[in-house]
Design a protein around this ligand. Sequence first.
Ligand SMILES: Nc1ncnc2c1ncn2[C@@H]1O[C@H](COP(=O)(O)OP(=O)(O)OP(=O)(O)O)[C@@H](O)[C@H]1O
Ligand SMILES: CC(=O)C(=O)O
Ligand SMILES: [K+]
Ligand SMILES: [Mg+2]
Length: 474
Amino acid sequence: MRLPSHKTKIIATIGPASDDSKTLEALIKAGMSVARINFSHGTFEEHKKRIEKIRRASERLGRRVAILGDLPGVKIRVGNIIGGKVELRRNQTVTLTVRDVEGMEGLIPVEFKDLPKLVSPGDVIYLSDGFIVLKVVKVEGPDVVCKVIVGGVLYSHKGINIPNARIPLEAVTEKDLEILGFMAENEVDAVGISFVGSAYDVLKVRSFIEKQGAKMFVISKIERPDAIRNFEEILSASDGVMIARGDLGVEIPIEKLPILQKRLIEKAVMAGKPTIVATQMLESMTVEKLPTRAEVTDVANAILDGADAVMLSEETAVGKYPVDAVRMMAKIARATEAYRESFGNVRMLEWKEKIPKKGTIKDAITRSIIEALQVVDAKYILTPTKSGYTARLISRFRPKQWILAFTSDEKVANGLMFSYGVYPFVIESHDENEIISLIKGLGLAREDDTVLLTKGAPVGKTVGTNTVRIFQVP
Ligand SMILES: Nc1ncnc2c1ncn2[C@@H]1O[C@H](COP(=O)(O)OP(=O)(O)OP(=O)(O)O)[C@@H](O)[C@H]1O
Ligand SMILES: CC(=O)C(=O)O
Ligand SMILES: [K+]
Ligand SMILES: [Mg+2]
């Protein structure tokens, strides 16, 4: 077998443009590690079929793909518009209504009954990730009359953001729990919690998953100011985070996004939690065969910032060139990672200083590996891991070698599909001879290759990884 040519993980949202078996196979071959299903759109039946098709495509190709189910959360959305879309022109008067009607010229239904109570004249309302801007003129019963400040074409079910309104709702709704139940039943690997506000939201999801007897990788989507205020507690309650720039870029001043992205990524990487950068990464590829210079640079910069994974949304869900978009991301990743490694080493030295003296044994072991790699020219880092944590702690230093992780748990292996430079294998035993014969058998390693191996040797009172061995493959 051959390992991928890029170490950054690529997440692609699967939708009508990408859910046939042929396209799914092509997406996997192009470098998709995680298939995202957005439960804000479509029916359970559609999603069930998608999940089955993704699993079958992955099995046919013998390539692991994790499935990420993204919850709708408390996002307010536009309802159905006749013909699927309507144009809003600057200075035009439009009415947002919570009445049960279909949308048309000048009238837009909203799926959130409390809307009229939450807004007052002068408030600004953003539609479609902030692409269209309205100003409230007056509120009349179920209707909110607005003036169009920035026009554009509005499609059915697009999101609505009102940064000024305090939406008094918990991030995780009853509907979300119902979806989570469906996800557990269908063995979805990871859940994305939308509009997380505090660790409470994350723990609510975790306890529900546990009650279902399921196991899921829990990713908090950072997309509102509360999540930034409470980032530390959210991070520690979560398995990973997503910088969901679509909503985030409306909920906070858009010009603050780039620096915020860097700050959040650094904290998450230090904690050994994978970070996903999402939304508009190759947006123009929804309709064009090639991306813009700015988009290519954005993907590269996210990788240099330290992201584990980059994500595609409408590019692959409804776009014209889903496979080209994944291929393009893989190409950008390959070209950029070479520099990330040297950049990463500089970072690594800074980060090492930040690891507190009270760091854990695992901190010491993973740091030693990085030190050792400055001296020996190793081919791989081999990491038997029970929860995936050891592999992730090594990954945060972004070594240039692949981290081959060995676990007996399919779910742990799928959770590792979010981590930079980690390639998971499912293997019953953690015995090093078996690991060596597996990678030799796959043609990944040859006699005399130098490798590093982490181990949990039973000694003293320590549990888990406490040893690193450096040796040549026999
Ligand atoms: N399963 C699907 N069926 C139809 N359209 C979809 C599907 N998934 C995504 N889309 C389309 O792709 C667009 C971008 O996808 P994305 O996942 O970013 O959703 P979003 O609506 O912006 O919301 P969110 O903030 O929940 O991600 C959506 O607005 C929608 O038009
Ligand atoms: C992905 C997502 O939810 C966002 O960017 O808002
Ligand atoms: K969602
Ligand atoms: Mg969002």
